[in-house]
Design a protein around this ligand. Structure first.
Ligand code: DQA
Length: 148
């Protein structure tokens, strides 16, 4: 059964609840993790919730995920707009990927309007706050269900 998913969070998302609440809301990273784990359990998914501020570590996590996970939800944060290395690693994952952003990146500064990963993922969610994580988990469950 395909039910193992990894949620990868990029730089500064560990500071949720503290950083720019007008963009990212007041939920802390710890609480968000808890909510995601509960939702996944409810849906019969096995999830790992990870975060790193280091580009190379995220590349390593994506590479290692090929063996251990059936699907991926990624909020690459600022690396979304800059990292060819993360894009290239995602290209070899070859399983469902959902791109996620808490804020509406298209309503913000111009440098956030460009995502280097949007054209290689299955789909994306942005601008719906931290609820986007829950929506992404539900969407991933459906993608995996359709594969079985
Ligand atoms: C973000 C949007 C990015 O532009 C920003 O650098 C982040 C978070 C979001 O979730 O809205 O750190 O990915």
């Amino acid at each position: 059964m395909n039910n193992k998913i990894i949620i990868i969070n990029g730089p500064n998302l560990n500071l949720l609840g503290e950083r720019e609440q007008s963009q990212y809301g007041s939920l802390t990273f710890k609480d968000l993790k808890e909510i995601c784990l509960n939702k996944s359990k409810e849906l019969g998914l096995n999830i790992k919730f990870s975060q790193s501020n280091v580009e190379g570590e995220i590349v390593n996590t994506i590479q290692e995920s090929r063996k251990n996970f059936d699907g991926m939800i990624i909020n690459a944060a600022a690396f979304t707009h800059t990292s060819v290395a993360i894009r290239d690693a995602l290209s070899v994952f070859k399983k469902p990927i959902i791109e996620l952003h808490i804020s509406n990146i298209y309503k913000r500064e111009e440098f956030r309007h460009k995502s280097l990963i949007s054209d290689i993922v299955n789909g994306g969610i942005f601008g719906l706050g931290t609820d986007g994580y829950i929506l992404a988990i539900i969407a991933m469950q459906k993608l995996l269900e359709n594969e079985n």
